[in-house]
Design a protein around this ligand. Structure first.
Ligand SMILES: O=C1O[C@H]([C@@H](O)CO)C(O)=C1O
Length: 546
């Protein structure tokens, strides 16, 4: 079956936290519409860009795009962005059932509110390994009053202007800013309909599936359902061994399904709330209302409180609880890695600008989409002094991850890692100290075009001869996003079975914008011709189809 949508993208005014600002909308809606399909369906989205001065692309986060890497929606990687007044039709097949989302992937468009859900239901003849009576879906986000353009400019300015902590936290595009904090106050109006908190109705005794996703620009979140424990059953589109908890960490780029039973005192309602962890929180709890039948209004109880923001041992222990569900374990290949790529995450500088780098290369996109460039051997000239060399698989031996980089100056590059087909690839993400002494941050890493197994997390410098023995080779979870904890490492494994050009990057919007990503080019020669409507920018404008 084909699920078809027509989406007109334009700027709009919205006041998701009672404060009005410019956002990117679809068909006049903010946040954008949700997509629902059945695994195996074709999703076809006709995008018409009516933003007068800005191009756009849409990334279908978690969709594997097997055989259709040009539909991945990563600007200047899989396609030329869609110009103002131009149109493009995304056409792809949904593969694994699960909870996903879509968002802009050009500049920082996700931060402008350009996101929505993408839910893939299992086929009719398939029985999921759990039961529920109803479902609710929530997207978590952090929200700034400064526009995406102001934020981008600040990140590229000297001196650096950091985006800072968010003004509010949104659930389903709704939050609440304290208007009394605003000078003038006219832009903030607490009585707006648009900032009435999201409500999730429940009936006493029934069990619900709550689909949670984070499109955060910055924060690591911790979500709580006041008065209710829940059981995690799905993560990034894969069933996990059920694990019951009272609060869940959700990193940007992740999605989960949790089951809860409405078994609390049904004469009142409860908060669904989330807080920032991983950074010293300066933002009020993001709230929605869990509303039992015959109750109304808002709970009179205080907002839920999350574990201490810098209790990383708590976060790591939580992350380690996710294991592939017994009946659904996808076994690892019967051999070790054919290739290991060690990626050292550092904060750096380039000509006085603050950057993030991997193995001392800070990523910059080219004006030519890498997919078509590699497929047609189009030479991409390095511009502005950027390197187009292949980035290295290793970082300097003996690098002291506990100290700020001794030589902070780095290079900017747009080179790609070329991966051969049918290889087992291990990615060893290595965190380090930022430019500030004793500071290392959480980075949620997201891979396009693949799910990977998370083989393990650890502290300090990854030691191959010792740490390989400690990894989980039996039932590691398959995910598309994995946290890298402060001063620690995370090991991921995947098989190169999906030709395409795939970004792998920190899902923090400003960090990717500051260069925190790499590009994997996987057996591009095995692909058929790339659709010509994905080309026409950069050096691809000189391409003539044979
Ligand atoms: O990229 C970042 O910059 C700031 C800080 O390191 C410098 O202001 C911060 O917290 C980031 O995550």
């Amino acid at each position: 079956k084909v699920v078809e949508y027509e989406w007109v993208v334009d700027y709009a005014w919205a006041a998701p936290d009672c404060v009005e600002k410019q956002v990117i909308s679809i068909n006049g809606e903010f946040p954008g519409p949700n997509i629902r399909s059945v695994a195996g369906d074709t999703v076809r989205v006709h995008v018409i860009n009516r933003m007068p001065t800005e191009a756009v692309v849409i990334h279908w986060h978690g969709m594997l795009q097997t055989g259709t890497p040009w539909e991945d929606g990563a600007a200047y990687v899989s396609q030329c962005p869609i110009d103002p007044e131009d149109e493009y039709t995304y056409d792809f097949v949904t593969e694994n059932a699960g909870t996903y989302f879509w968002h802009g992937h050009y500049g920082m468009q996700r931060a402008a509110g350009f996101y929505g859900q993408l839910i893939v239901d299992p086929p009719e003849n398939f029985t999921e390994p759990f039961k529920y009576d109803g479902e609710h879906s929530i997207v978590l986000n952090d929200w700034w009053h400064a526009s995406m353009i102001d934020q981008q400019l600040g990140l590229f300015s000297v001196p650096f202007r950091w985006v800072g902590e968010p003004q509010s936290l949104l659930i389903e595009g709704r939050g609440r800013y304290n208007c009394s904090l605003m000078a003038g106050g006219s832009a903030c109006n607490a009585t707006r309909e648009s900032c009435k908190l999201h409500v999730m109705p429940v009936e006493a005794g029934k069990t619900y599936r709550l689909r949670i996703a984070s499109v955060a620009s910055l924060g690591s979140f911790n979500f709580i359902l006041e008065g209710h424990n829940f059981t995690v059953v799905e993560a990034d589109g894969h069933y996990v061994e059920p694990v019951t908890m009272s609060d869940i960490d959700v990193y940007s780029g992740e999605s989960y399904s949790v089951l809860f039973t409405a078994n609390a005192d049904s004469s009142r309602n409860y908060w669904a709330g989330f807080n920032v962890r991983g950074r010293d929180p300066k933002t009020l709890t993001g709230l929605a209302v869990l509303q039992y039948v015959n109750t109304s209004g808002e709970p009179s109880t205080p907002a839920p409180v999350s574990p201490r923001w810098n209790d990383y041992a708590y976060s790591v222990a939580k992350a380690r609880q996710y294991l592939a569900r017994k009946e659904f374990i996808v076994p690892l290949p019967q051999r070790g890695p054919d290739r290991q790529i060690f990626l050292l995450n550092t904060q750096n500088r380039v000509n006085g600008r603050l950057k993030w780098a991997l193995n001392n290369v800070s990523f910059v996109p080219t004006a030519t989409p890498a997919l078509a460039a590699l497929k047609y051997n189009i030479t991409v000239e390095a511009h502005g002094g950027h390197s187009s060399a292949t980035p290295p698989d290793y970082f300097q031996e003996g690098y002291d991850i506990m100290k700020p980089p001794p030589y902070p100056e780095t290079v900017q590059g747009s080179g790609v890692y070329e991966l051969k087909g049918d290889q087992v690839v291990d990615i060893i993400l290595q965190n380090a100290c930022s430019l500030t002494a004793n500071v290392s941050e959480v980075h949620p890493w997201h891979l396009h075009g693949h799910d990977f197994w998370i083989l393990g997390y650890g502290d300090g410098v990854f030691n191959a001869s010792k740490d390989y023995a400690s990894l989980n080779y039996y039932n590691p979870p398959l995910r598309n996003t994995a946290p890298l904890f402060p001063f620690g490492w995370t090991v991921l494994r995947f098989v190169t079975d999906n030709p395409g050009v795939w970004p792998f990057h920190c899902h923090i919007e400003s960090h990717f914008h500051m260069g925190m990503g790499v590009i994997f080019a996987e057996s591009v020669d095995k692909l058929p011709d790339v659709p010509t409507d994905t080309m026409g920018c950069g050096a691809t404008k000189f391409y003539r189809s044979p």
